[in-house]
Design a protein around this ligand. Sequence first.
Ligand code: PMP
Length: 305
Amino acid sequence: MADRDGVIWLDGELVPWRDAKIHVLTHTLHYGMGAFEGVRAYETDRGPAIFRLKEHTDRLFNSAKILSMKMPFSKQEINDAQTTVIRENKLPHAYLRPLVFYGSEAMGLRANGLSVHVAVAGWEWPSYMSPEALELGIKVRTSSYTRHHVNITMCKAKSSGSYMNSMLALNEALSGGADEALLLDNEGYVAEGSGENVFVIRDGVLHTPELTSCLDGITRKSIIELAEERGYKVRERRITRDELYIADEAFFTGTAAEVTPIRELDGRIIGEGKRGPITEELQSVYFDLVRGKSDQHQDWLTYVS
Ligand code: PMP
């Protein structure tokens, strides 16, 4: 990834992609105290449009606040950085990665006197899941790793270090022949995927874990709103893994994963073993919206032209 043309926004400057480097004694590299976002811009008839830019920037600032990292830029500057990165790299659609990290002034856990830096990179990153996965659904395994406890890493922050748990879980699932992991919280209830929120559908009602041990996903929030607008009931509550086994449908949501059906969990086929009708409806509403093909929620899109 490091060797390509283009520019990266780094601390207020546009730096050639290959020169956007940091020192090996960068504090965040050692202890994982940093925060980031994953944002998508979709191709529309009016050029690229960033989906829910404001919400992503708000979450980035909240993450930094939770970690006590003082943001050296305003929200407006970080929003502008993201549109600039798309424009300057001439990206028709993009995955954007804002990152907040500590500098290399000192080592040690006190983190005294450290500078806070912000980078925004953007590149073309087509669907995280394959086109078949979006249509046929994916195979998921319950993880042997427990999702974060609220008093260990704090789940409202999208913090760099918390992704060690995600990577361990995902790699375990992949090496066991599954496509994704389902992580349970420390009490054994369903939390989320390694990088996605999860929904279960039973008798036409959507259920999703409450925001205790999972990230406050922006796709999750959007899907809840879109489902309710279509007359579906959505319940945020504790869910057990066997509720997924006997669900009519289940799906993951996330900026990268978008709306991905789950066809199998732990060897049990969910519903018909393929994308269910409500998942398909919400997926199609979501894709129309992000691609600027819907009149609804125009305020969720920031056009870059
Ligand atoms: N949970 C985790 C652990 C994630 O990494 C993500 C991706 N950011 C999500 C849920 C979904 O969040 P969003 O819809 O905001 O991308």
